[in-house]
Write a protein that binds this ligand. Structure first.
Ligand code: NAX
Ligand code: ADP
Ligand code: K
Length: 503
């Protein structure tokens, strides 16, 4: 698993790695530059006019090395030096000396920054990296503001956009990248939604520091990638029958919100459940039977919301239950949830209105079973724990919540964060903005519930569910883009298995 390490530990990590491997720091910088160029060559054409803006630290050193390597490969490169090069780091200095004489390198003073017109197709930002220790000001601020104002230019940040602190929320301005190419692991602050406009798309390149080495610096934060989930899947045999694939129940729905539970159940079936049933109020029975003939339907006695009277004895038939989508929060729904918590202690996913009820009826939190999975989006989470001033605070509160109630918290959004009671946090790498559409969360509930029902451990069900849900969203939106809707994500689940090569 790929560790996410704080910026303050990176210096020590680099130093230890260099000592351990007997290589020079220059070699490591060269590896980083080569890894960047490997990515760059796949994206940009040699006709592009590329400006590389370099500072005087090691990020600038990376930029200078990138300039040299791309120039040698025939790219049209201009290097702009921004910063105090009398104080340049040793590797930055060395890479400046290594610049070929014919490669144009222009030192930028404040007047140049004000007046220079840039004729570029691509801007590479290597002014500051994780060494930033104060808000941008002066020369650098003017340069970054000017670069941010350039239109029709592709903007790429090296390691981290200039100005963005690696582990904190941004104060002031930063480079607004279209793509950030981060070295070895994504820096923590690249996971914060506040920084979306600065990070752009995120790409991580390997610079040769192996995972075992990184794990010595573990801070219990991980970036969840394909290789982390593939082996967590259960294989089924040729003789498997539908019982092996699990029976799951999705409980929720209310008058006007029946689609939510239908989508959860359909997602569970598409994820492979042997049997999916819906528990809905009376008004939902016909709807579900018509909309999803593959699902069984259990009905509560009440007309419009789930209530206290429902087929309670049936609960024990199910290997896992997802509760909450479309359920409503009125008194009937509250009494249903209270009763449900006392009766069902198997694997379960608690989502949407079930979370909203927990937020209103805090004493119910004490009824949460160990290892249940809660899947709040940011607003639902804040209803649960109170307002947060920024994402860093939210992440830390989700860890506290997970430890306190011994449950798994799936804090949804871009880079969904999964917190486990033992202190680990996983940040998802799949998904995109086209998943920000009504019902996408209901699909996730169905998927995690399905994996739980198939016999996955709660850890594996959650990690596989979150990763594959994002993957299905990516597949669904390839052509549909912002026209993607939640049922498209459901329909893309089978293809996500093909991508993962799991049958
Ligand atoms: N393992 C890794 O992750 C590697 C990291 N490398 C690169 O090294 C970078 C870190 O290098 P450094 O530690 O030299 O840090 P930077 O390159 O970010 O620059 C630090 C310098 O900028 C100054 N500075 C900080 N904030 C400033 C501000 N707001 N305005 C003006 N000056 C400011 C500091 O006083 C210091 O002199 C990484 O981001 C990455 O690009 C690579 O070279 C190799 C390996
Ligand atoms: N910008 C984004 N990038 C990646 N995933 C996203 C993004 N926006 C939303 N998602 C995912 O889509 C789902 C939305 O869930 P949620 O907000 O509960 O929707 P709903 O309540 O409508 O079902 C979550 O799993 C979330 O992680
Ligand atoms: K940078």
């Amino acid at each position: 698993m790929l560790e996410i390490i704080s910026g303050s530990s990176v210096k020590k990590l680099d130093a230890d790695f260099i000592a351990d491997r007997g290589i020079s720091s220059h070699r490591l910088m060269e590896n980083a530059a080569q890894a960047f160029c490997g990515w760059f060559e796949k994206k940009y054409h040699r006709n592009d006019k590329v400006g590389i803006f370099c500072g005087h630290g090691n990020n600038g050193g990376d930029g200078l090395a990138i300039g040299r390597l791309l120039w040698r490969k025939g790219y049209d490169i201009i290097v702009f030096l921004v910063g105090d090069f009398d104080r340049a780091s040793a590797d930055c200095r060395l890479n400046r000396e290594l610049l070929p004489d014919k490669l144009p390198a222009i030192t930028m003073n404040d007047e140049d920054i004000k007046h220079m017109e840039f004729d570029l197709n691509v801007v590479i930002d290597a002014v500051l990296g994780i060494g930033v220790n104060r808000p941008l000001e002066g020369n650098i601020l003017h340069m970054i503001t000017k670069l941010n104002g350039l239109s029709e230019v592709s903007k790429v940040a090296v390691d981290i956009p200039t100005g963005l602190p690696s582990d904190e929320c941004l104060k002031g301005e930063a480079f607004r990248a279209d793509v950030t190419v981060s070295f070895q692991f994504p820096k923590f602050s690249l996971m914060f939604p506040e920084h979306a406009a600065f990070v752009g798309k995120l790409h991580v390149v390997n610079i040769g520091i192996d995972r075992n080495f990184l794990s010595q610096f573990s801070e219990n934060k991980f970036y969840l990638q394909k290789k982390d989930v593939v082996d967590r899947h259960i294989s089924f045999s040729r003789f498997s029958h539908k019982g092996d694939f699990g029976r799951v129940l999705l409980a929720g729905g209310s008058y006007g919100s029946m689609g939510a539970i239908k989508m959860s159940a359909e997602a569970a079936l598409r994820t492979g459940s042997g049997l999916a049933a819906c528990l809905v109020p009376q008004c939902g029975v016909n709807i579900i039977q018509i909309a999803l003939p593959e699902a069984q339907v259990l009905s509560a006695e009440s007309e419009n919301n789930l209530g206290k009277s429902y087929p309670q004895d049936s609960l024990k038939r199910f290997d896992a239950i997802g509760v909450g989508p479309g359920m409503g929060t009125n008194s009937d729904a509250v009494s249903f949830l209270k009763d449900f918590f006392t009766r069902y202690h198997g694997p379960k996913v608690i989502d949407a209105d079930a979370i909203n009820i927990l937020a209103k009826e805090k004493e119910l939190l004490n009824e949460l079973d160990e290892n249940c999975v809660l899947t709040p989006h940011l607003k639902e989470f804040e209803r649960l724990v109170g307002a947060c001033t920024n994402h860093k605070e939210r992440l830390s509160k989700s860890m506290v919540f997970s430890k306190k109630y011994r449950c798994i918290v799936v804090l949804k959004g871009a880079h969904t964060c999964i917190s486990f009671p033992d202190g680990r946090q996983f940040f998802n790498s799949t998904g995109n903005k086209h998943m920000a559409t009504g019902g996408a969360g209901d699909v996730l509930t169905g998927m995690i519930t399905s994996f739980l029902g198939q016999g996955y451990s709660v850890e594996n069900a959650t990690l596989c569910g979150v990763y594959q849900h994002g993957l299905a969203g990516e597949i669904a939106s390839v052509y549909k883009k912002r026209g993607t809707i939640a049922t498209d994500i459901v329909r893309a689940i089978p293809k996500s298995y093909l991508v993962l090569k799991i049958d």
